[in-house]
Design a protein around this ligand. Sequence first.
Ligand code: SF4
Length: 374
Amino acid sequence: MLFQPPIAASYSTLSIDEIGVQIRKHKQNLGERLVILGHHYQQDDVLAFADFTGDSLKLSQIAARQRSAEFVVFCGVHFMAESADILTDDSVRVILPDLSAGCSMADMAALDQLEDAWAFLSESSEGTVIPITYVNSAASIKAFCGEHGGACCTSSNAAMVLQWAFDQGDKVIFLPDQHLGRNTAYAMGHPLDAMVVFDPKEPNGGLTASQANDAKVILWKGHCSVHQLFNAAQCDTIREQDPDRKILVHPECNWDVVQKADLTGSTEFIINTIQDAPKHSKWAIGTEVHLVNRLAKTHTDKDVQSLATIQCLCTTMYRISPTQLLWSLDELASGNVANQISVTPDVKRWAVVALERMLDNVAAAPVASAQSVD
Ligand code: SF4
């Protein structure tokens, strides 16, 4: 995780209204030179200033279209800002308002670990292995996948990208989220015993050569610390207490949660499902709490609650506060591009390949990848 030096103490004396006035002034002064992007898991006080909101795929695509903007301020986490830098023109500078806004899942896959895994799989596996990385990964991991015939995916398009990978080769190593990989491959018809978990902390991932060779899908041992908080017992409790309430979860949840859910899909799928749901319908949602609370507030004609009784909060995303946003804009206004996220040209070159393979797949087959397990 990167370190964010503390900002001036005077910022802490500003009220939320004063912060808002100053952010809006910067936006007005910078005009079209500035674009603020906000991920759905951000707090409402930050999203109030976003020009665009979305999930990681949508924001990456929007960032790629901002050819006239000079500055993209990404209210998300580090890997998202990297993806924006990879996809935008070199003239666009991408800023992350707080450098410590990382992603614990992305941090679970380091390049040297992937290189070791690749060497082991190359020795132990017959046939072609295709590396697929969830976009929630470092740019260096994306670049590795691009250079070795693989691609990126998001939770919206994981099934499409996995199908593409199986068309290219014999097996897949999927990282860093074992749950998205397992849930997606299982929904596509691959049985659990065709999958193994590669633990990067163990020699050879904790696998024998024959286990690696026999597997169709090699799942990296990584997870989302937020979606990991949902469990099967919570689903059972909802079923007992309120059988009419539908359970809708993100595919970063554990396999047993997904099996017990009525519907599983990406952040955009969750939003669209609630938007289109009948009046008075009841929902328990397994995803980040800011999004669940926003859906409950927006759709007052429906009964929306979290699947968990504890607060499932993305703490790193939460580091992007209105105060940090104002600080980064103040720096910009004074001529200092603070917290610029830039990916080196050699990494960018291959990461672009991995991201474009994903975007080409989406363009070729714009089909929702939500899985129903009814
Ligand atoms: S919700 Fe999970 S995957 Fe998304 S940024 Fe937070 S830790 Fe990473």
